[in-house]
Ligand binder design. Structure first.
Ligand SMILES: C[S@@+](CC[C@H](N)C(=O)[O-])C[C@H]1O[C@@H](n2cnc3c(N)ncnc32)[C@H](O)[C@@H]1O
Length: 377
């Protein structure tokens, strides 16, 4: 499937990544040019360059990346001829249908081949994908791409109307995927194509709930069980590089420090007030003393005055209980990566209706008439 070379070669299909929104495939053809708003390039310039490289334009207007195709990149880059399946749905369907290496799978219709490429990679050369498309030009284009991408031995593409004419295989596939406007018309045909020696699975992809209901009825009528519907929605997470939130020890330490500063300030104010008061008192006493000395006789003893001198209490050095030891506090990381979920949920493409077909062991006359409940294997 696709090139496995390490370097780009003539004839390779390369994915040209310009921006997240501008990704396109390019068939490397010497003699041709590639022009975009990110500059001017010649295909020959790409030959021999390792896949994954960033390449500058000839006219210095920008750069592009040359990527080796994968089914995921192909889904992002392919030319749309129809609506296509995207990665979230493809992954979910592949998982629920239990598609794996060696699986034999039916898909209808082929459309733009988005699902086909993923399935081809999953099942590998030991599996097989039977793909059906009733629009002839689309079928031809998809077939051409399957050959160019080297999956023509894994995928058989048939041009036909599966609702009318059914599938080309019987009792042989492990799973069926229907992406059609009227899947209910293909349910009986799908049942014929599924193998009967083990439980098998089906998925129908429909954009509206009325179509889901018709499909569910058809699946019930055909004897499918475990009918379940899912919708795949995307909730993007944006990763931001933000300052790390402080650990709790830092917050506690900061609060203690603030409390300590407040207390020290309060004590300083008290001490200053006391000092001012003491100075004022002393000044008053001095004045008193001088006055009395002047007024009274020289015999008067002033011992009493000295004994009543105000004794200020030194308060400034009072100890408050919040000691801070910086060595005990772990240093916070400067920045962390945080994922922020977008409140908007995007991605409704369709509803996925799944069901199982469980083989009937010991068929009875009742079973053959289609009324019996299938037994689990
Ligand atoms: C939405 S597209 C499929 C897209 C495809 N799953 C992908 O991922 O690219 C549906 C395709 O089914 C085809 N189609 C519709 N009715 C069909 C039928 N009865 N038999 C075969 N193909 C049919 C249409 O022509 C169209 O190309």
């Amino acid at each position: 499937m696709w090139s496995t070379n390490r370097q780009v070669a003539a004839g390779d299909v390369v994915i040209i990544w310009q921006t997240r929104e501008l990704i396109q495939p390019l068939l490397i053809t010497p003699g041709k040019d590639f022009n975009s708003r990110f500059g001017h390039y010649k295909h020959v310039d790409f030959i021999g360059i390792p896949y994954g490289s960033k390449v500058g334009s000839r006219n210095g207007k920008g750069f592009i990346h040359l990527l080796r195709p994968t089914p995921e990149l192909w889904t992002m880059a392919l030319p749309h001829r129809t609506q296509i399946l995207y990665l979230a749905d493809i992954a979910f369907i592949t998982s629920w249908l239990d598609i794996r290496r060696g699986s034999r799978v039916i898909e209808a219709g082929t459309g733009s081949g988005s699902f086909s490429h993923s399935v081809a990679r999953t099942i590998g050369s030991t599996g097989h994908l039977y793909s059906y498309e009733f629009h002839e030009a689309r079928a031809d284009k998809a077939r051409e791409e399957f050959v160019r991408h080297g999956i023509e031995d894994i995928v058989t593409l048939t041009h036909r109307n599966v609702c009318k004419d059914g599938f080309t295989v019987e009792n042989s596939v492990d799973s069926v995927f229907l992406d059609l406007p009227a899947p209910w018309d293909a349910v009986e045909h799908a049942k014929k194509a599924l193998r009967k020696d083990c439980p098998t699975r089906i998925c129908c992809f429909s954009p509206c709930i009325e179509q889901v209901l018709r499909t569910v009825n058809a699946l019930n009528d055909a004897g499918f069980t475990d009918i379940t519907m899912y919708e795949t929605l995307l909730r993007p997470h944006e990763v931001q590089h933000l300052p790390a939130p402080l650990p709790l020890s830092h917050i506690i330490d900061k609060l203690k420090k603030m409390e300590q500063n407040r207390e020290e300030k309060r004590l300083r104010q008290i001490a200053n007030a006391s000092k001012r008061k003491r100075e004022d008192d002393l000044k008053g006493l001095e004045a008193d003393k001088r006055a009395r000395t002047e007024e009274s006789s020289a015999l008067e003893d002033n011992n009493d005055q000295e004994g009543s001198t105000f004794q200020a209490t030194p308060l400034a050095s009072a100890n408050v209980g919040f000691a801070t030891d910086p060595s005990q506090v772990e240093a916070p990381p400067a920045k962390v990566n945080l994922a922020k979920a977008s409140p908007e949920v995007r991605g409704h493409t369709s509803y996925l209706t799944f069901a199982r077909l469980v083989p009937i062991s010991n068929p009875t006359a009742e079973n053959i008439e289609g009324d019996a409940v299938a037994t689990s294997s």
